[in-house]
Design a protein around this ligand. Structure first.
Ligand code: ATP
Ligand code: MG
Length: 395
């Protein structure tokens, strides 16, 4: 049982006010919490939902303390928060997730080394602090991806290499800083698993989501994942063990690859709500956003039961930049579909502006509907963004 839950009426502070903060803040608001946010952008997506917005860098200790002194609990929607900021904030309000798991996760190399030390399954990787070291990695395990240790997302800060001769270019493209070179995994399909943990010990795990990326950016996600029960159970057990070992309070998303040889490998971790679980707002008993609020407030975690197969497709800025503007009414004619927009002002190529969602009688139908909705919304962008419908395996 919880010693001291943080009850509705209290104020939740968010470090980071992007779409993840916004959707969590909306869930917090519906439960009767007040919301404050700190973000470097004055017009951040969470601003309209928050009663107080502090515009400051994530390295600004004083601003973070200012946030914490008026809040009952602090959470984050981005892992790039300096450990000193989290330590300072923790003097004034509980920070969930805490400093340790965020510190491990926020550096890709540190995260991989931690996973390797704890014997979690990973693809081959090497640290590289020079072009020669990148070339050595590719000579050792063949084609790979060099990834920045900090700040990469949506495939940014990554360079693919097929030969060691490309190492020089990759090193310079990544700014001449230490990076991780990963062996290119022979992926059959990608899944993720979301785990919630509360301070007093309760844990909840969601059924896996099946995910598809185009050029390193999530295109669509669907649950159920259309994988065997054995693989789902393996992935859930793996994610729960990682969440426990790393001491996560709040949400932990574990991105996984399943190789053509049937191996389950961890790709990366995220200590926050995750793009691949946006369908949890549609198909699950408890959305990931409400679950995060429950977890950080030490309330009983909600059921992770799947009520209806559900899927999402991301909407990138490209949709608004195209000659043909998005046809929202046409998209919403698809049964079971909805549009979610994050209220961001500037559409830029590759910037996540919102998503479409759909429910259906099966994973295939939910996915089919949401992809149809996308093709209606933005027929001109379907070549660059892979929204062709795959045939999901039957299990
Ligand atoms: P995000 O934080 O948005 O999830 P990211 O920028 O951290 O993304 P990754 O998760 O490392 O990027 O990679 C994005 C996608 O690129 C993966 O989901 C996968 O589709 C592909 N990818 C990444 N690493 C590998 C690899 N080693 N082998 C094969 N494909 C990979
Ligand atoms: Mg990823």
């Amino acid at each position: 049982m919880s010693a001291s839950p943080i009850l509705p009426g209290a104020t939740i502070g968010f470090l980071g006010g992007g779409q993840l903060g916004r959707m969590t803040a909306l869930a917090a608001r519906s439960m009767g919490y007040d919301v404050h946010v700190l973000d470097p952008e004055a017009t951040c997506a969470t601003r309209p939902v928050a009663s107080r917005t502090i515009t400051a860098a994530f390295s600004d200790v004083q601003a973070a303390i200012d946030l914490a002194t008026q809040c009952d609990v602090i959470t984050l929607e981005i892992e790039q928060i300096h450990p000193d900021v989290l330590a300072a904030v923790a003097e004034h309000a509980p920070v969930r997730p805490g400093r340790e798991p965020v510190y491990i996760i926020q550096d890709r190399l540190r995260q991989k080394e931690w996973l390797a030390q704890h014997a979690f399954p990973l693809g081959a990787f090497m640290m590289a602090d020079s072009a020669e070291a990148i070339a050595h990695a590719v000579n050792t395990f063949g084609p790979g991806i060099a990834k920045s240790t900090h700040g990469g997302y949506d495939g940014r800060g990554q360079v693919r290499l097929s030969t060691p001769e490309q190492a020089d270019g990759a090193w310079h493209a990544l700014g001449g800083r230490t990076c991780v070179v990963e062996q290119l995994v022979d992926i059959d399909y990608e899944i993720s698993v979301l785990v919630a943990r509360r301070p007093s010990g309760g844990v909840a795990v969601y059924p896996p989501s099946r995910n598809h990326h185009t050029g390193g950016i999530l295109t669509w996600a669907v649950a159920p994942a259309a994988i065997s029960e054995a693989m789902a159970a393996r992935a859930q057990a793996l994610a729960m063990t990682i969440a426990e070992r790393i001491g996560m309070v709040g949400l932990l998303a574990v991105e996984c690859f399943v190789t053509r040889a049937g191996e389950l490998l961890v790709n990366e971790l995220a200590p926050r709500p995750h793009n691949t679980y946006h369908h949890s707002e549609r198909g699950f008993a408890t959305s990931q956003f409400e679950q995060l609020v429950r977890a950080i407030c030490d309330l009983p975690l909600g059921s992770t039961e799947l009520y209806a197969p559900s899927a999402i497709v991301n909407l990138l800025g490209d949709v608004w930049l195209h000659d043909t503007p998005p046809n929202i009414p046409h998209a919403l004619e698809v049964p079971g579909s909805r549009i979610h927009l994050y209220g961001k002002a500037g559409a830029r190529a590759g910037r996540k502006m919102g998503h479409l969602s759909a429910v259906g009688d099966s994973a295939q139908q939910a996915l089919s509907r949401v992809l149809e909705s996308y093709r209606r919304l933005s027929p001109g962008t379907t070549d660059a963004f892979d929204v062709h419908e795959p045939s999901l395996p039957q299990h």
